[in-house]
Design a protein around this ligand. Structure first.
Ligand code: ZN
Length: 64
């Protein structure tokens, strides 16, 4: 459950976001696909658990 990922030039941390900025990040990533996971460079999807925990996930299941 990665809590951080790479934006074009910055690092995004899931726990630094609130609902509004998380949703904004999700829409931007959906439009541009600009987020990458640091482990393998995979594209990212933003997930929110029922309890409100925010985290990043691999868009496609890969080697890790
Ligand atoms: Zn990975």
């Amino acid at each position: 459950m990665p809590l951080g990922c790479l934006d074009t030039e910055t690092e995004q941390l899931a726990f630094m976001h609130d609902n509004a900025s998380w949703e904004c990040l999700r829409l931007r990533n959906k439009a541009k696909g600009n987020l990458r996971l640091p482990c393998c460079g995979s594209k990212v999807i933003l997930k929110t658990l029922k309890l409100g925990t925010r985290f990043f996930a691999h868009k496609h299941r890969g080697v890790c």
